[in-house]
Write a protein that binds this ligand. Structure first.
Ligand code: ADP
Ligand code: TRP
Length: 326
């Protein structure tokens, strides 16, 4: 089984990325041949600072390795190191109906968010992004794509494109499936909306201690006093995040104490910070070591790219043969 996923180097890794995509992806490493990559070409649709892209790409590499990506098992690489991907993107774009892309929520949301004077930022890349993503997936004969729920539609677009190409030119591509963990499908941010870099409501995985503590202490709560019992404790945002980073017993204990009354939100958030900090202690220590050994990180990416290219070249050749570009 070929498992594939990517993450954009568009900002610091947060709890939403970790529980929505990275952790499930890392767990799948055992289940088959995983290909994970840094989607630097995708980041060009919204990020226009070269130094930031370079820095973020290195950060994603460090984050993934620190969190447990095993380069002996898993092929780990930068998207732009595989030039066959943009080549396949063009071929796929010619079988992609405009309407399919026009329906994509992610594009519509991003377009709506850009104010009128920023309309120039609604570039063709942003619109065509799902075709690039389809090429990422199809070029490695991927079967399973672990992503957060917001990416589900893009994997469906990929399936449509693969089937269109197969119908037109004969069986060429494996039709992949998204894999979404329902229990962590959407991690809430400190304001209760979906946690996202673009909402400024994230809790970083490798943030600086004081800054993250401050953020966690600012998780939105209501104004009920500590003494008051809170029968709706399961809806509390800090409780929902606590369930991700604490043991089931510790999370249940906090929830029960809120229900009973006499447990204030301040104490709840302090407990959340402690649990969060210790949950990532191992990864934090590994990351600090990796930062001292960047040559090793670059070597992992170089070797990954060589393996990824070998697979990509085989599939691209198959696609060219099918459509008469051989
Ligand atoms: P952001 O919204 O912060 O820009 P990305 O769009 O770069 O995050 O998402 C990277 C990956 O992390 C995707 O697979 C996405 O589905 C997942 N992800 C992002 N935010 C969340 C969240 N709040 N809950 C669950 N998964 C998420
Ligand atoms: N679009 C994904 C995101 O923003 C990243 C990505 C690019 C991806 N190509 C992919 C994810 C292929 C899975 C498979 O999160």
């Amino acid at each position: 089984m070929r498992i594939l996923s990517g993450i954009q180097p568009s900002g610091a890794l947060h709890l939403g990325n970790f529980f929505g995509m990275m952790k499930p992806a890392l767990e799948l490493q055992e289940k088959g041949q995983a290909y994970y990559f840094i989607a630097d070409l995708h980041s060009m649709t919204t990020l226009f600072d070269p130094a930031e892209r370079r820095g973020n790409s290195l950060d994603v590499a460090l984050d993934f390795l620190a969190c447990g990506l095993d380069p002996k098992r898993t092929v780990f690489f930068r998207q732009s190191d595989v030039p066959e991907v943009p080549e396949l993107t063009w071929m796929l774009s010619t079988v992609t109906p405009m309407g399919l892309l026009e329906r994509c929520h992610s594009y519509k949301d991003k377009k709506a968010k850009l104010a009128d004077d920023d309309l120039e930022k609604v570039n063709h890349g942003l619109f065509a992004y799902p075709v690039l993503m389809a090429a990422d997936i199809l070029i490695y004969d991927s079967n399973v794509v672990p992503v957060g729920r917001d990416q589900k539609q893009h994997v469906e677009v990929t399936r449509d494109i693969a089937m269109k190409f197969n119908n037109l030119y004969g069986e060429t591509f494996v039709v992949p499936e998204a894999q979404i963990r329902d229990e962590v499908a959407v991690v809430p941010g400190i304001d209760g909306q979906k946690m996202s870099k673009s909402y400024g409501n994230t809790i970083e995985i490798f943030g600086e201690e004081k800054a993250v503590r401050r953020k966690i202490m600012s998780v939105v709560t209501d104004s009920r006093p500590p003494a008051e019992p809170k029968p709706d404790a399961q809806k509390n945002i800090a409780v929902q995040i606590l369930k991700l980073v604490a043991s089931a017993e510790a999370a249940k204990d906090a929830e029960d104490r809120l229900r009973a009354g006499g447990f204030g939100y301040g104490d709840l958030k302090k407990a959340l910070f402690e649990q969060y900090w210790s949950y990532f202690a191992g990864a934090r220590a590994r990351r600090a070591e990796l930062v001292k050994n960047l040559d090793y990180v670059q070597q992992v990416l170089r070797e990954g790219a060589a393996k990824a290219r070998a697979t990509a070249q085989t599939v691209l050749k198959r696609a060219k043969l099918a459509c008469g570009l051989d």
